[in-house]
Design a protein around this ligand. Structure first.
Ligand SMILES: *Cc1c(COP(=O)(O)O)cnc(C)c1O
Length: 368
């Protein structure tokens, strides 16, 4: 018997997540110094992380020979204070991606159905497939989640519904009114997960906390990877009713969130000025890219996050041409192959990607 024959067949069929290309690899392959490469591929914070977060991390390094406090009580207490919930309404994850996996472990069995948008963040689908659940992909007219269509896709076998708002990679968000009526209309046997990875970029994010307080079957998920600038540490959290969180706690590994990450997250939460500055700069950057693209005749999908989809024609080809200029963006899969996802960078980085796009377009038009 060979090794793959011994494997869970679902592992053999599992689609592979394609992350943004690392800076070092692009530098090596295209002959740049690391400092010359500009990465606008993973929606990281181009301004780095809060100085308060980094200071907290330096302090925490003194004690990395000790195991972390398993449940992350100090961070959960801080979150409880900020959100007006109890500490037992929060669970930490090794990135919020881990929380998605925990949802799968807690709720999914083979034959269950998971409802997602056709262009939703892909990790929901990966987790559902791994658990042997059926993924029901719902059309997204104008690249936005259509909550009526999603509601119509719910059956007796539906266990989980995921809504990322704003969504990655489309950048589109749903209104508070839409989300409210959707949540209230869900049948008793369905768990609703609102992925708020980009909520801090919204002017008025939807407030899921009242639903968690009412004990509804909802889970909100947030991350420190995006506006908080801690993507390398892998820390995120989920919140919901104490019952919901209790079930998720049962499924996690004993020390899933590391001590340095917990400390940095507490530091980051104490620096709301930093978050506000990044939100403001991001909004200016979105506008810069939108205006710049329009000036060279490129359509963009209106975004409420820290990235946007640009319609470039042959996404893979333009991705490669940008790589050759030391700029990493994110090509899309088949369904969105005309688009490229570009994360908002610093003003300088945005300028650089716009100039490169203009040159590529000009070159393409003289070639034909
Ligand atoms: C980036 C992102 C996440 C969070 O990822 P982490 O595991 O916390 O780094 C979750 N959902 C969406 C939609 C994202 O884009």
């Amino acid at each position: 018997m060979n090794l793959p024959e011994l494997a869970n067949p679902r592992i053999l069929e599992q689609p592979i997540y394609q992350p943004g290309k690392p800076i070092e690899q692009v530098a090596r392959e295209h002959g740049f110094d690391v400092g010359e490469v500009c990465k606008l591929a993973s929606n990281e914070n181009p301004w780095g992380s809060s100085p308060l977060a980094m200071e907290a991390g330096r302090q925490a390094l003194q004690a990395i020979f000790l195991y972390p406090e398993g449940s992350g009580l100090a961070l959960r207490e801080k979150l409880a204070q900020i959100h007006g919930l109890d500490a037992n309404q929060f669970i930490l994850g090794n990135g919020s991606n881990e929380i998605i996996e925990l949802l799968g472990h807690v709720f999914l069995q083979p034959g269950d159905e998971v409802v997602v948008g056709e262009h939703a963040f892909v990790v929901y689908k990966l987790v559902a497939l791994l658990m042997g659940a059926k993924v029901v992909e719902v059309e997204m007219p104008r690249l936005t989640h259509d909550l009526n269509l999603m509601w119509q896709s719910i059956t007796d076998r539906t266990k989980l519904v995921f809504l990322p708002s704003p969504n990655n990679p489309t950048g589109t968000a749903n209104t508070a009114q839409e989300i409210d009526s959707f949540v209230r209309s869900l049948p008793e046997h369905v768990v609703f997960c609102l992925d708020e990875a980009y909520a801090e970029y919204l002017e008025e994010p939807f407030d899921l906390r009242p639903y968690a307080r009412e004990g509804r079957k909802v889970l909100g998920m947030r991350t420190f990877s995006k506006i908080y600038g801690l993507a390398g540490l892998r820390i995120g959290y989920g919140y919901g009713s104490p019952e919901m969180i209790g079930l998720l706690q049962q499924a996690r590994q004993p020390f899933n969130a590391n001590s340095v990450a917990q400390a940095c997250a507490i530091g980051a939460l104490g620096d709301s000025d930093w978050v506000e500055t990044c939100r403001r700069r991001n909004r200016a950057g979105l506008e810069q890219i939108r205006v710049g693209c329009s000036a060279i005749g490129l359509e963009v999908v209106p975004s409420q996050a820290n990235f946007l989809l640009v319609k470039v024609g042959d996404g893979k080809a333009v991705f490669e041409k940008l790589l050759a200029r030391g700029i990493i963006t994110r090509p899309m899969s088949q369904a969105l192959s005309e688009f490229l996802r570009i994360s908002i960078g610093t003003e300088e980085q945005n300028e650089r990607v716009l100039l490169a796009l203009e040159q590529i377009l000009q070159q393409d038009s003289t070639d034909t």
